[in-house]
Write a new protein. Structure first.
Length: 193
């Protein structure tokens, strides 16, 4: 069974807390500052859930990110890997990490290109980072199945067990291609402004 990350970006604590109290155990945010503001308060109430960073991570936010998140899905460069490793040592924490792959080779999108993936994985293992799988946000071109297939092949090739892909509109196809974490916002919380 894939795990469902309830993506609560833009929603406030009052919308999120009922789901936390119900016992849902995976939540996702895409901005570090917003997550810090909301989830520091929620953690004061309850602690037994996992918080995922699913959006871009700038290196000047790594310190805060390591302090509040349990998973990061957006590791996509050697520089970021080094920074995370350093910050984890300082904070004596070890997060679970996904490497984000720019699976459609889109110039405007973050994520590492497939051709550089192998080097990044080796680099992360040398840093003793806990890389659990790959993550993607496929191109918005109605061909997500093709990209999900590709991601599943890459995950197998590198012997990774977890695969983060699929959102409200395409999660069923992601699951058919072995996604283990789907990231669902709109279908859980409603439309964002
Ligand atoms: C917002 C977001 C989601 C959730 O999108 P929905 O279409 O609302 O389900 C999933 N993944 C990432 C990276 C996001 O930024």
């Amino acid at each position: 069974m894939p795990k469902i990350i309830a993506v609560s970006k833009t929603f406030e604590e009052k919308d999120i807390i009922p789901l936390v109290e119900y016992g849902h155990d995976h939540f996702g945010e895409n901005k570090v500052q917003e997550a810090f503001r909301k989830w520091s308060k929620i953690r004061a109430l309850k602690k037994d859930f996992n918080l995922h960073l699913i959006g871009n991570l700038q290196s000047n936010k790594v310190k805060t990110a390591v302090s509040i998140f349990d998973y990061i899905h957006s590791l996509d460069s050697l520089k970021l890997a080094e920074k995370i490793a350093k910050e984890q040592n300082l904070q004596k924490k070890k997060l679970k990490l996904f490497i984000q792959v720019n699976i459609g080779n889109e110039p405007q999108k973050s994520g590492i290109n497939e051709s550089e993936l192998s080097d990044l994985i080796i680099f992360c293992k040398d840093l003793n980072l806990d890389i659990i799988g790959l993550m993607c946000i496929p191109p918005n071109d109605q061909n997500s199945i093709k990209y999900f297939k590709k991601m599943n092949e890459l995950n197998n090739k590198f012997n990774l067990t977890e695969l983060s892909m699929g959102m409200s509109s395409d999660y069923l196809n992601a699951i058919k291609n072995s996604a283990t974490y789907v990231r669902i916002g709109t279908n859980i919380f409603g439309q964002r402004n």
